[in-house]
Design a protein around this ligand. Structure first.
Ligand code: UD1
Ligand code: CA
Length: 452
């Protein structure tokens, strides 16, 4: 269940679309449910349809016409639930749920033969959560909410066993109970938690992991949940053979793939659909978004967006790879280099102080310091095509569209506006002339002038 705009998030974005480790919050319980073997996943949404575009493939949708509480949310999905099915309900903000506790819940529910089973923990600070009320034999009677003063008695408030917002229901028992829910609270809501008092047999399973399961209700809890999920993601990578030098300063989104023996140095941020091969050294201080690196790639102090670097490429320090950059095997993008929408051939080097945009650079070519492609004439972008084994001197501008043939050379300081044939030297700069005795004449002029 997912709808409901979390007012405590203080946001124009629905609560469950706030991101945790690169995924909207609502993706996390869906992933856990699927990993635990859920045959179907139904998401309850609000009528605006704001969530629909942000949900993973294959989920079914049920629209809750008005936000009339968690009971109303499940009632909105009732038509999709078979009486023979075991229905697991997960709050959309139960972002930290994993397969293990879900499996344990369903097993305990089946073993108890219960109509409704709630997952609980004993919370060090239970304030704000629903409390599980048991009779003197330990049988579950009901859940009391504690949101508003007067919701619960002193004795009920003393209970530290809380509802984590995850339940298993026997389909038919749920169908029978939902129409009997009544609003009995200041919020005027139908509480799903009231179902426990309405079924013939209610059960609770203590998941015994207080760190595991808290709903995300504000941005402080969002940050804490993010930390927990981030640590899990990093632990998984480390167990799979990735070294993370300083986990506290490392950010790796959920969908990132990293090969064995790759080292993530301090300050690495890997976002979105980034894929990194084996034996790479990334960092310190590298941010990559939707990038693909092959094996044995080195990236230091750099920023990349939608860029690809093949095996044995070297990037940085202080490089910016923009969308459409492809660095072929053993290529290099060095210090203070920006590359955009360009294909840099195998072994080609852009070592220092360059901007290369909309260019194709052949194998083995070396672009001297401060080589610049002038790819934009004020209206349109044009391509620069540079062949194999070209040597551009320092401070050369290529004014696109322009083509430089294989093994050509361009002289330092040239502004290349015309094609350079293969093997030729292109020089495009004013010839130097020296004015003899210039400084003494300046001095003499200054002395004459001072008496005037
Ligand atoms: C709920 C439980 C509480 C439990 C806590 C655990 C109820 C009445 N209380 O409280 O016992 O301790 O979770 O985190 O269920 N939602 C809808 N439609 C609505 C209202 C809510 O889809 O009309 C969704 C929310 O988006 C959220 C989930 O239901 O995903 C839980 O709602 P929330 O308001 O966060 O419930 P809590 O007050 O946290
Ligand atoms: Ca909540």
């Amino acid at each position: 269940m997912a709808a409901g705009r979390g007012t405590r998030m203080r946001s124009s974005t629905p609560k469950v679309l706030h991101e945790l480790c690169g995924l909207p919050m609502v993706h996390w319980p869906i992933r856990a449910a699927r990993a635990a073997g859920a045959a179907r996943v139904i998401v309850v949404t609000s009528p605006g349809g704001e969530l629909d575009a942000h949900l993973p493939e294959g989920v079914e949708l049920a629209v809750q016409p008005v936000a009339n509480g968690t009971g109303g949310a499940v009632a909105a999905a009732a038509a999709l639930l078979g009486p023979e099915e075991t229905v697991v309900v997960i709050n959309g903000d139960a972002a930290l749920i994993t397969t293990g506790p879900l499996t344990a819940l369903v097993a305990a529910h089946a073993a108890a033969g219960a109509g409704a089973t709630v997952a609980t923990i004993h919370a060090p600070d239970p304030s704000g959560y629903g409390r599980v009320i048991r009779d003197e034999h330990g049988a579950v009677l009901r859940i009391v909410e504690t949101r508003s003063p007067g919701d619960a008695t002193e004795a009920e408030l003393a209970v530290d066993e809380i509802n984590v917002g995850i339940y298993a229901f026997q389909g038919a028992a749920l169908h029978a109970a939902l129409p009997r829910l009544r609003t009995q609270n200041a919020q005027g809501e139908l509480y799903l938690t009231d179902v426990l008092a309405l079924v013939e047999r209610a059960a609770a399973v203590d998941l015994q992991d207080p760190g595991l399961l808290v709903g995300v209700n504000d941005r402080a809890e969002l940050a804490r949940a993010n930390e927990t999920l981030q640590r899990r993601i990093l632990d998984d990578h480390m167990r799979a053979g990735v070294s993370v030098v300083n986990p506290a300063s490392t950010v790796v989104d959920a969908a990132v793939v990293i090969g064995q023996d790759t080292v993530l140095d301090a300050g690495v941020v890997l976002r979105g659909a980034t894929t990194i091969g084996a034996g790479c050294h990334v960092g310190p201080q590298v941010t990559l978004t939707d990038c693909t690196l092959g094996d044995h790639v080195t990236v230091r102090h750099a920023c990349g967006v939608e860029a690809t670097a093949h095996d044995h490429v070297s990037v940085g320090p202080f490089a910016y790879l923009r969308p459409g950059t492809v660095l072929r095997e053993r290529a290099k993008a060095g210090t203070f280099v920006e590359i955009k929408n360009s294909d840099i051939g195998p072994g080609a080097k852009v070592p220092h102080l360059s901007y290369i945009g909309d260019a194709d650079v052949g194998e083995g070519t070396n672009l001297g310091a401060a080589t610049i492609t002038a790819n934009y004439d004020g209206r349109t972008k044009h391509r620069t095509t540079i062949g194999r084994d070209v040597r551009s001197g320092v401070d050369v501008s290529f004014v696109a569209p322009v083509t430089v043939g294989d093994r050509a050379v361009t002289a330092a300081g040239s502004v290349i506006t015309q094609d350079v044939p293969a093997g030729a030297l292109g020089i495009a700069r004013a010839r130097q002339r020296n004015l003899e005795d210039y400084a003494p004449r300046q001095d003499a002029d200054a002395q004459d002038g001072s008496g005037a």
